[in-house]
Design a protein around this ligand. Structure first.
Ligand SMILES: Nc1ncnc2c1ncn2[C@@H]1O[C@H](COP(=O)(O)OP(=O)(O)OP(=O)(O)O)[C@@H](O)[C@H]1O
Ligand SMILES: O=P(O)(O)OC[C@@]1(O)O[C@H](CO)[C@@H](O)[C@@H]1O
Length: 299
């Protein structure tokens, strides 16, 4: 079983406006609502690709209830911790020529709630996969993901982490099976700006030396680079299409990569991840199977 953990789920409120002016009253011409958060998005695209998963994490308030209901409506099993105070965040995605995001902090997650999550994690068995994806509320320590991997250390669990800064750096000592920074996040870890594939490969190797087994670096319209656990570097181009909404492209890539590994090798996984990322980018919401399959044929 694949478990996704979203500490900070979100209602993604996507608003389209012609010319966003800060400090002014702006009016959108269309709006959409999606139930998101990185782990939830991974579960959504896994489902689209025919793989079941169980969505864990924390929900709060009326927004949290809507997220839980929306995820279940997609046929995804959930086992969220229900927080008694606060509300799950609404993340605003402004489409005005370029994409601007305003992501909320999310509710306070107390020690008892974290303990309840850990009790749920005790159900994981050898051979399961856990995906830790997205930010955590600023009230939580940056070793939160590290503590989860430490808690699971005695089991043969495949661990996947999509996080940034110390949240990601702190898990490397537990040899995560797969990490997926984008190239900005990779550079941010080392306080450098990365441009070329060779630079990106070099810094991916640094993360591998620090413990990561497989390092998948997504580079938006420049494609993706995978440094696999054998030290082989795979580079995949991008799908061609019209960009509509790239929110969730990385989560989709992660889901496609994991789905690809079910039946193929790392090259197959990278291709399916690329097709899933592209399909999300070329749609208003997350990737749909037909578009993923169509794009895969062209890679
Ligand atoms: N404009 C684009 N054209 C084609 N493919 C794209 C485009 N943007 C993203 N993709 C595909 O999606 C993958 C992941 O995109 P990206 O690097 O933006 O991930 P990310 O930053 O983690 O995204 P998010 O955090 O929104 O999930 C890319 O490697 C690429 O395969
Ligand atoms: O604040 P985080 O957790 O880093 O990112 C949250 C988020 O931007 O990530 C998803 C896209 O990857 C969206 O569904 C969601 O709003």
């Amino acid at each position: 079983m694949i478990y996704t953990v979203t500490f900070n789920p979100a209602i993604d409120y996507v608003v389209h406006t012609d010319a966003m002016q800060v400090g002014m009253v702006n009016r959108s011409h269309t709006e959409e609502i999606y139930y998101g958060g990185k782990g939830i998005n991974v579960s959504m695209v896994l489902k689209e690709l025919g793989l079941e998963s169980r969505a864990l994490g924390f929900v709060a308030g009326f927004t949290g209830a809507a997220i839980e209901k929306g995820v279940q409506a997609k046929g995804i099993a959930t086992d969220f911790v229900h927080l008694q105070e606060g509300f799950s965040r609404i993340n605003v995605k402004i489409k005005s020529g370029e994409e601007t995001e305003l992501n909320g902090q999310g509710p306070v997650i107390g020690a008892e709630a974290v303990a309840e999550l850990f009790r749920k994690l005790d159900k994981l068995r050898d051979g399961d996969t856990i995906v830790l994806a997205g930010s955590i509320p600023s009230t939580m320590p940056s070793d939160t993901y590290e503590k989860i991997l430490a808690h699971l250390k005695g089991k043969q669990i495949r661990t996947v982490v999509d996080a940034t800064k110390d949240l990601l750096k702190n898990v490397l000592q537990y040899q995560p099976f797969l990490i997926k920074p984008n190239h900005y996040e990779l550079g941010e870890l080392f306080e450098v700006t990365l441009h070329s594939h060779s630079e990106i490969e070099a810094y991916a190797r640094k993360l591998q030396e620090m413990g990561a087994r497989n390092v998948l670096v997504s580079m938006a319209e420049q494609g993706a680079l995978l440094l696999d656990e054998a030290g082989i570097c795979h580079i995949c181009g991008v799908c061609q299409g019209t960009v509509k909404n790239s929110v969730g492209a990385g989560d989709s890539m992660l889901a496609g990569f994991l789905a690809g590994l079910e039946t193929g090798d790392y090259t197959d996984a990278l291709k399916l991840g690329t097709a899933a990322g592209g399909a999300t980018t070329f749609s208003e919401s997350l990737a749909e199977r037909a578009e993923i399959d169509r794009l895969l044929l062209r890679l």
